[in-house]
Structures are given as C-alpha cells and as structure tokens.
Design a binder for this molecule. Structure first.
Ligand code: SF4
Length: 422
C-alpha cells in the first residue's frame, strides 16, 4: 500500500508566495528545486540543462548570477525557460539588481556575504516594486561572523537570527514576499535550525542539506534531513544539493515527495524483489533492463519486477503492473492478476508494451483484455516450480527447526558452541 501523506504530521501553516507561476507555502504542493551547473552566460547550454531538470521533476531552477555576463544570460534564458528561474546572489548586490532587470522570477540572497544594510534595502525595494520574491538563504558555512562569535559557532539559534536580521531590513522597506532557508551540511544542525525557524516564522521554508556530497551518501544525507522535516509537516519547497549531475537532484526531490505522498506520481516507480532461492531469473539484470527501457517514457505507474511466479504476483499485488519469472517464461500481471504469459526473452519488451497500453487505456480495460488462459498457465507453472523446489527453497523452515531444537536443548553441541540451556 502506498504511504499516504495523511499519515504524516499535518503541514505547518505558512504564508503563500509565488515564484513565477509556482505557489510556495499556504497549502500549495511542496515544490522541487535544483540549480544549474553551467555558466549562466552560456545560454543554450544552460537552457538545455533547465529543460532536463524540468523533465526530471524540477518546478523551479536556480542559476548563478555572479557577473554581468550571467545577468545578460538570464535576460535571454528567462523568456525561454519552461520553469521559473531564480538568480543566486552572493557578495554583489549589483548582481541582484541586474538579475531583476533580466526579469528573473526570484532572488536568493545570502545574508552571510551580502551584509550592507543600504544595499540589502535597495535590492528589497526594487524586488518589491517588481513583485519578485526573495529567499533569505542562510548557510551555516557562510554565517555572518558576528553571529558566529555571538553563538560560539553555527547553531540553530545563530542561523535563525541571521534570517531575522535580514527580515528586519526588509521590514523597513515594507517587503515581505519572502521564503527562508537555514541550510547546513550537518543533518542534525539543519533539522534543528528548520524546527526553530518553523516556530519562529510563518514564511514558507525552503529545505536543504547543503554540500551533501556525491551520491549515494549525498542522497542519504539529503533524504535524512529533508524527509525528517517533511514528515513533521515542515517545509514548502526542497532542494537536494548533490555533487552530481543536477538532474539527479531534481529526480531525487521528486521521488522523495512522491514516496511521502506529498506529490502525485509523475514518473515511473520501479520496484523489484530482492531475489531469493526461488528466483528464476537474474532479478538485478532484469530490473535494470526494465528501468532503462521504462524510465524515459515518464509513465506515472508503479511497475514490479519479481524473481518468481510462485510468490511474485502476490507480493507485488499493490503494483499497477509487474512481471514474474518462471519456467523460462515471463508472467505479466496487473494488480496481482496474471494477464499474459510470454517467453522469458520477451518479458521486458512485453512489460514496456503493457505499461504504455495501461497508461493509455486504464487498468479496467487492460484487465478486461487479459488472455483467458494466462491465469491457468501461470498456476501450472507455479505448481511445477513448487514440485521442483519444494515449499521451502530458501531453507528457512529448516533453520527454524534447528533454532527450536537448539533452544529447547534437543540438539547436541555438535557445532561447538554452548546452548542457551544449562
Ligand atoms: Fe522474489 Fe520470488 Fe523470492 Fe519473492 S519468493 S523474493 S518474488 S524470487
């Protein structure tokens, strides 16, 4: 059964802002962000990456605006981008003004390195006039030195105070079109900081574990931090920061939200059994082949690859579609019901074809179109496999027997170790 977001803590209420046409906070769906790694001045290269990020699930993309050529690039990129563009600003307030001139949908300011009150107010005033929101992007690694000193390091309190200081400047010019992030590379620090931010502000929160590193460790850190907070109802928009192709960031963000039931499934969810003594195929190889064949089709379904027809269709009955191996055949099933049996060599091809038909025609229609003889053929294969391998191919029951005999003292100490019975 798919996890429902109703089982998580209720989302914390926040104000709503809009980055382009994407609503953030105020009950809007949690959005996915990523950041380009190209030079922003390279318009075609950056746009190609933005399109790839959008296809992988990014709702908003951030581009660095670190020099005039980058701002000029943004002026050419923004009108052609499929998703809203946020300009990432560090150190130079003129770059924020140039990005606004370029027509960006949002700014990210780092209060740790853009510190002059007059400059911050100037940017906020112009953003206000143009109706462009700003993310106050606090980062533990570039915390304002005064705060670092005051708190003896980057603590949740220091990170939240940095955001408060920036908000106070914004307040003086009547600007409140704001979202906030308090990122850290330490998962524990980031969780603590966002919990405190959530108690302190009603502005939408942008979640992230910064500098998480390359996958898989980077993915684990990002998921630990972002997932924990989302499960607590904290967070309105997210970004994985991976040392990898940013497409992986967008994909991971989307998958995390889908797995928590916070966004509707947009793409494929491929599940596969871990394989065991019953497996009739190399499950890893078949799952990989199926993943490669299906992932670019962007079909919003869950597909299962199962090692045997004895248990596979039942174990994966919650999947929309699946394939289970056995007797050199592939047994295609829809929600656990066998609909077709094909030669093993054709099982991935048949799975892909059925996936496309299932999405086009719907589950009921495809169940109605099932081969009449498929269920009986699968049952015969199941029985044949049971006869061949017996009911306990993993030898689990033998182990259970041995455990029981050892614990009850009816088996000697032949293995060398003492029993628990004295
Ligand atoms: Fe896979 Fe079959 Fe083993 Fe289940 S019983 S893990 S489906 S091979």
């Amino acid at each position: 059964m798919e996890l429902s977001s109703d089982l998580l803590s209720p989302r914390r209420p926040t104000r709503q802002i809009h980055v382009g046409d994407v609503a953030i906070g105020g009950g809007a769906p949690v959005s996915v962000q990523s950041m380009t790694t190209t030079k922003t001045a390279d318009v075609e290269g950056t746009l190609a990456q933005i399109y790839a990020l959008a296809a992988a699930g990014a709702d908003i993309v951030r581009c660095t605006c670190n020099e005039e050529a980058a701002a000029e690039g943004l002026a050419r990129i923004v009108p052609r981008s499929p998703v809203p563009i946020v300009a990432d600003i560090h150190f130079h307030h003129e770059m924020a003004l140039a990005a606004l001139e370029a027509g960006v949908d949002g700014l990210r300011l780092n209060p740790g390195n853009l510190r002059k009150e007059s400059e911050i107010k100037l940017v906020a005033s112009e953003a206000k006039d143009r109706g462009v929101p700003i993310r106050i992007g606090v980062n533990a690694g570039s915390l304002h030195p005064d705060l670092y000193k005051k708190y003896g390091g980057a603590t949740p309190e220091a990170l939240v105070e940095s955001a408060k200081m920036e908000l106070a400047y914004f307040d003086e010019v009547g600007f409140s079109d704001v979202k906030i992030s308090v990122k850290a590379s330490s998962v524990a620090l980031m969780i603590g900081a966002y919990r405190l931010a959530s108690e302190s502000f009603d502005y939408p929160l942008h979640l992230g574990v910064t500098e998480a590193g390359p996958p898989p460790a980077g993915l684990v850190k990002g998921t630990a931090g972002i997932g924990t907070l989302l499960a607590e109802g904290i967070g309105d928009t997210i970004r994985y920061s991976l040392t990898a192709d940013p497409v992986e960031e967008a994909r991971a963000g989307r998958q995390l939200l889908e797995s928590l039931g916070l966004r509707e499934r947009k793409g494929l969810d491929l599940i596969a059994c871990p394989s065991c003594g019953r497996a009739q195929v190399d499950v890893i190889a078949v799952a990989k082949e199926a993943q490669e064949a299906l992932e670019n089709l962007n079909l919003p379904i869950q597909v299962a690859v199962m090692g045997c027809v004895v248990n596979g269709p039942g174990e994966a009955r919650s999947a929309d579609l699946g394939i289970a191996a056995g007797k050199q055949k592939g047994h295609l099933f829809i929600q656990g019901k066998i609909v077709r049996v094909v030669p093993e060599a054709e099982m991935v091809t048949a799975l892909v074809a059925e996936a496309e038909r299932l999405v086009a025609e719907g589950i009921e229609a495809r169940l109605a179109a099932a081969d009449a003889s498929a269920e009986a053929e699968a049952e015969a294969d199941r029985r044949a496999l049971l006869d061949e391998k017996g009911a306990d191919p993993n030898a689990s029951e033998q182990r259970v027997d041995r455990i029981r005999r050892r614990v009850s003292g009816t088996e000697g100490n032949g293995a060398g170790g003492p029993t628990h019975k004295e």
